[in-house]
Ligand binder design. Structure first.
Ligand SMILES: *Cc1c(COP(=O)(O)O)cnc(C)c1O
Ligand code: SF4
Length: 346
């Protein structure tokens, strides 16, 4: 694992040159990084959490923005948002079935973090940095440090994308692509805009949910300011994650003409009941985002304790189908290494 410090995506010189002191960067810098501080803020005692790991590896340490922590229920050790971010001793339990690269990213790497698995789409690892560390993350062991600098990666990826006319969509992923600042995103999108065979620009981000003030009017203008049709896939797993600020962030995207979708991961004791999933879909729609995928957990080392069985997952989807209009039922999928698409689970 490598350290993914938020600052890694931009040099100090660049920051000073851009003159940006954006509120989101200040909020990011103030994030919780210590387990004890987060528990204090929630009025919790370590004794409430027998499985707590206070010495989780620095490279993937606790990282939680205040805006996200504020949506947790004080005094509740089983809060579904807290569960997603709190390091547990169970993460250290080894299992042959839970590995560092569960989705075959290494085999799909076309060099410098441009992943291509599916027809017409290429995924660019825009940065290794995130605003939050989700304990179930399938890229928690991704070798970001081996990818080289953002400038080298961008140039290499852009050359490959330009040389492949079969591509119509580029997905910016990570890490979280919105951790890059406006100027660097603007430059990257301008380059993509110049590649004639591209039609769509997709951004996969958790920041609209966990750091909603990242979604500024200026960012929205950048995302919708090219000839590429913009799609933003947010990532919320539980309705409580979607407070008023996240709703306003999605609304800003919508007003700018961005299509907003959501993907979730099915997580034990977080969202593995039909009431929570129904409320999530309804809340998403209220915010202006349609449910897209519900992912079965990728078997990444350290996350086995979040696993939900396929039998339970399919029952949950069947139950949602009985309770909701079809457009609010996400597709239950699993990523199978080497497969030509995300694989639906029936
Ligand atoms: C998940 C993924 C995509 C997107 O797949 P969709 O089914 O289009 O959402 C594209 N490229 C890679 C490498 C992916 O992992
Ligand atoms: S799930 Fe997304 S936001 Fe969370 S740690 Fe992984 S890449 Fe970062």
């Amino acid at each position: 694992m490598v350290t993914r410090s938020p600052a890694a995506c931009q040099s100090d010189a660049e920051r000073i040159a851009s003159g940006e002191t954006a509120a989101w960067k200040q909020a990011l810098a103030a994030s919780f990084t210590e387990v004890a501080a987060l528990l204090d803020a929630l009025g919790l005692d370590g004794k409430d959490l027998p499985d707590l790991d206070r010495t989780s590896p620095l490279a993937f340490r606790l990282l939680v923005p205040h805006a996200f922590a504020a949506l947790m229920r004080p005094g509740d050790p089983n809060d579904p948002l807290l569960r997603q971010v709190l390091p547990r001793v169970a993460e250290r339990a080894g299992s042959d079935d839970y590995i560092n690269d569960p989705v075959g990213d290494a085999a799909a790497d076309r060099g410098h973090g441009l992943l291509q698995k599916y027809a017409g789409r290429a995924l660019l690892i825009a940065t290794g940095a995130c605003a939050i560390h989700c304990r179930y993350c399938f890229r928690r062991h991704f070798p970001y440090a081996a990818m080289g600098s953002a400038a080298v990666r961008d140039a290499s990826a852009l050359a490959r994308i330009a040389a492949d006319p079969s591509l119509s969509e580029v997905i910016l992923s990570g890490g979280d692509p919105l951790m890059r600042d406006d100027r660097s995103l603007e430059r990257l999108i301008a380059e993509l805009n110049g590649i004639g065979h591209l039609r769509r620009l997709r951004i996969h981000t958790r920041l609209a949910v966990v750091l909603p003030n990242r979604v500024t009017e200026r960012l929205c203008a950048i995302l919708s300011g090219s000839r590429l049709t913009p799609v933003v896939v947010i990532h919320a797993n539980h309705p409580n994650e979607l407070g008023p600020a996240a709703e306003q962030a999605v609304q800003r995207l919508r007003r700018a003409g961005v299509t907003a979708l959501n993907q979730s991961v099915l997580l034990r004791a977080v969202n593995d009941d039909s009431t929570t999933l129904r409320q999530l879909s309804e809340r998403l729609f209220q915010c202006g985002a349609l449910p897209y995928y519900l992912h079965q957990l990728d078997p990444v080392a350290g996350a086995a304790h979040f696993q939900v069985t396929d039998a339970c997952a399919t029952e949950l989807i069947a139950s949602l189908r009985e309770q909701l209009p079809g457009y609010l039922v996400p597709q239950l999928v699993r990523e199978v290494p080497g497969a030509g698409s995300k694989r639906p689970i029936f």
